[in-house]
Design a protein around this ligand. Structure first.
Ligand code: ADP
Ligand code: TRP
Length: 336
């Protein structure tokens, strides 16, 4: 039961950007190829509809996120790749967990508390203004995502650690109250992974609107790179690469030797236009091939749908038997 099993989810509310690629997609795919561990990756569309109420955006993002991971080399034979909403055992287990999880635990969730604080700061008389039950109990759904596979290792960003801890808590309570059915999962946070800077010098994030899209065409990529904010130093003036967003992004797409050579060009006074052009060429060289695969995939959504259905069938070989045991444990059984 304690075999290593890696699982993570991607919320389907946006179109992947370079930060997602460098911080999540590229390392996860490299890891899955190298380790041969059993791993699960899914499109968290039930999580998507908590904050995004635009059906077209959910639908478009589901296609874009699935195509992105496949284009970047996710092998659906190695990784069990599926869509959350294709696994009916997940919402079913969520309900059962709702009956196990203390409400007070959810009161402490950062995402919920942040929304309450924002309401209070705005002088709202109702601290729960605009907060849905979905947002409030988001960690219960996430616990079901994880525990229905008895996943052991959950690679997440720092903001998600608390949710994995809540999943442990829920697993512990269930095991104690009913039967030892769940393994306690652990969050895995990789501090080595670079945080990519966005166009304006802050962390690249869809919340700041400062992103560079991963798979727009070559012209659009170049145009976005040309928008990176720089200081007003002139060509010929020596520049400090460690204070430049352009170099910061360059580092995530180059070898050590290339970085050393680029540092020399900064010291020799490369103009910002040339530095951006060099960055564009570097990124484009890495992305040209996957971008072509992405175009082919998005032009053929039915193929992606088939891949996801095959993934769901594989996933349900795990989820169905465990949910049967859970139902039995809580006393939901056939009458005979
Ligand atoms: P966003 O901040 O754009 O909303 P998400 O929170 O959806 O991005 O992040 C999805 C994944 O991409 C997470 O694993 C997160 O750590 C990673 N990620 C997001 N932005 C960056 C960034 N600027 N640099 C590195 N990794 C990032
Ligand atoms: N909540 C996660 C995020 O916003 C996505 C997610 C949903 C997830 N279910 C999960 C991550 C289960 C890991 C395990 O990033």
């Amino acid at each position: 039961m304690s075999q290593k099993r890696v699982l993570t989810g991607i919320t389907t509310t946006g179109i992947p950007h370079l930060g997602n690629y460098v911080g999540a997609i590229r390392p996860a795919i490299a890891e899955s190829r190298a380790s041969g561990e059993e791993s699960f990756l899914f499109l968290a569309d039930y999580h998507g509809i908590i904050k995004c109420h635009d059906p077209e955006q959910i639908h478009r993002s589901t296609l874009a996120v699935a195509a992105t991971w496949l284009a970047c080399g996710l092998d659906p034979e190695t990784i069990t790749f599926y869509r959350q909403s294709d696994i009916p055992e997940v919402p079913e287990l969520t309900w059962i967990f709702n009956c196990v999880c203390a409400k007070g635990l959810m009161n402490r969730a950062h995402a919920y508390k942040a929304s309450v604080d924002a309401n209070l700061a705005e002088g709202n008389t109702d601290p729960d203004h605009g907060i849905s039950m979905g947002l409030f109990s988001y960690p219960v759904l996430m616990a079901a995502d994880i525990l229905i596979f008895n996943a052991t290792h959950i690679p997440v960003g720092r903001d998600q650690i608390q949710h994995v801890e809540m999943a442990r808590d829920i697993a512990g309570r269930f095991n104690h109250r009913y039967r030892e059915l769940f393994v306690l999962p652990e969050a895995v946070v990789d501090d080595e992974i670079a945080l990519l800077t966005g166009l304006d010098g802050r962390k690249m994030s869809k919340s700041y609107g400062n992103t560079i899209a991963l798979f727009e065409d070559e012209k659009a990529l170049r145009k976005q790179i040309m928008k990176i904010v720089t200081n007003s130093q002139e060509p010929g003036e020596p520049k400090n690469p460690d204070e430049s967003t352009i170099f910061e992004i360059y580092r995530s797409f180059s070898t050590r030797d290339e970085q050393a050579a680029m540092r020399d060009r900064y010291a020799a006074g490369i103009g910002w236009g040339d530095a951006k052009q060099a960055l564009f060429e570097q990124i484009n060289a890495e992305l040209a091939e996957p971008r072509e695969r992405y175009r082919e995939l998005t032009a053929n959504p039915a193929r992606i749908e088939d891949i996801l259905q095959a993934g769901a069938a594989k996933a349900r070989k795990h989820t169905r038997p465990l949910l049967d045991a859970v139902r039995d444990a809580v006393g939901i059984r056939p009458l005979r």
